[in-house]
Ligand binder design. Structure first.
Ligand code: KE4
Length: 431
């Protein structure tokens, strides 16, 4: 496959940009190849600068649930941009998106927009600390909440993908206030939260982990997190940057019927433009400046283009049958994928799926937490990734990420991807 133009761009990019990329996982280091540069994308397809076309399962790491350049979203951006791109003053579009978010998420009474998921989560833990006047944040091994200092402890996504131990540059004084414990372990959870010597402000969790690969919570674990944090006056933060508007219109909290105290959002609510958000109970949110003393601000927060794209996206997601259709497509695809794995790589893979997010692990045991995820064969995943890319299927360049089903992928696209998966699995099996 001729990648001359991508190669030339990558070479030049590395002169100006660390690693030639603006986010580490995109560099494809863990899957043994150089990154391809994208020329354009439309619907379920991405085209690289050398003209190769791919069925896209990365979906920009989650935002493109409608697929690329969905007409309603593109129209909204076009209509908004002619009136200006940023005002540094309130505009009605911020209220429109806030109203949609509050009406969709059962636990959210007020919401503040920021420009990334990282900004949302770092603001949410600051708010939880300010509200409780306590300092310790409890997170879970393998979960990733963005790159703010407090989160770079046993974090997922690029941190495990690149095997970075924590992160240099994060002072011990910060890290000492972050405790990371195993996901899906009720015993350790209870022991930690009931440890009165710990000054715990909040628990932050991915209600479905997407950054150690997809790992679903056990019902017991989810119930224990909610019950214990409620009993002990600890703020429960659902990081729904991936799951928000992905698992249902009400996110994971509606999907599981468990209401957190604060919710973080990103990705889908921006329709592909930079947005994050955090929201929750008025009693907590009213502590945020200018009404309260907990400070958070942002030049581009509530950006009109991003707000317009988010409103248009959510309006599409709210249409009757949207999530039922996505679920049927995802379930069908996952069933076929599992069948191919059992046929060609029996006992060597395990598929975790919740709704339209899934991960096929090259692992012989179930993946239920960070420890079991780390047993996956990342070399074999890299080979599979490269084989699939060569055949026109774009998967996440890491075993520890999610593959996404979008509304734009047609049955033909999914059949094409399954056909290439069969070819790749056969090669992996040495057939
Ligand atoms: P951003 O700052 O990247 O917008 O959001 C951080 C974040 C927070 N919470 C969760 C659950 C997330 O998954 C993320 C970011 N996700 C990764 C991929 N899983 C972003 C991709 C990247 O880092 O390039």
């Amino acid at each position: 496959m001729n990648n001359d133009k991508s190669q030339a761009l990558f070479k030049k990019a590395q002169q100006y940009i660390p690693g030639g990329v603006n986010s580490p996982v995109r560099a494809c280091k863990s899957v043994g190849c150089d990154p391809l540069f994208v020329q354009k994308a439309n619907g379920a397809r991405v085209v690289d600068v050398d003209g190769h076309e791919y069925v896209d399962f990365v979906c920009s790491w989650g935002p493109m649930i409608l697929g690329h350049t969905p007409p309603a979203v593109m129209d909204a951006i076009r209509e908004t941009m002619v009136n200006g791109t940023s005002f540094g003053a309130p505009c009605a579009l911020e209220i429109d998106l806030a109203e949609l978010v509050v009406n969709a998420l059962p636990s959210v009474e007020k919401v503040r927009f920021v420009s990334s998921g990282t900004e949302a989560t770092m603001s949410a833990i600051r708010l939880a600390r300010g509200y409780t006047k306590r300092n310790v944040v409890v997170k879970f091994d393998g979960c990733y909440h963005g790159h703010a200092d407090s989160f770079l402890v046993k974090a997922g996504s690029g941190v495990i993908t690149l095997g970075i131990p924590g992160s240099p540059g994060v002072p011990d004084d910060i890290v000492k206030n972050t405790i990371s414990i195993p996901y899906n372990n009720v015993e350790v959870l209870e022991k930690t939260l009931r440890n009165e010597s710990l000054d715990i402000a909040c628990v932050i969790m991915e209600p479905v982990a997407g950054n150690m690969g997809v790992v679903q919570p056990s019902p017991e674990f989810m119930q224990a997190v909610r019950a214990l944090t409620a009993e002990l006056g600890i703020v429960l933060i659902f990081d729904e940057v991936i799951t928000g508007f992905r698992l249902s219109l009400g996110g994971a909290q509606q999907y599981f019927g468990i209401n957190p105290d604060l919710t973080c959002l990103g990705k889908i609510i921006g329709g592909g433009l930079p947005v994050g958000a955090y929201g929750g109970k008025k009693e907590i949110m009213d502590n945020i400046a200018p009404d309260g003393p907990v400070y958070q601000a942002g030049t581009l927060s509530g950006n009109p283009l991003a707000m317009a794209a988010g409103v248009a996206t959510i309006n599409e997601l709210a249409k009757p049958g949207f999530y039922e259709g996505l679920e049927a497509k995802a379930a069908g695809f996952a069933a076929e994928l599992t069948g191919l794995a059992e046929r060609y790589l029996p006992g060597q893979t395990t598929l975790n799926r919740v709704g339209s997010m899934m991960t096929a692990f090259f692992a012989s045991e179930p993946v239920v937490d960070f420890e079991s995820a780390m047993k996956a064969d990342t070399v074999r995943y890299g080979t599979h990734f490269r084989q699939m890319l060569s055949q026109g299927v774009w998967l996440a360049p890491s075993q520890f990420e999610a593959a996404f089903i979008s509304a734009a992928q047609t049955d033909a696209d999914l059949s094409f991807a399954l056909e290439k998966t069969e070819w790749s699995f056969k090669k992996l099996a040495g057939k």
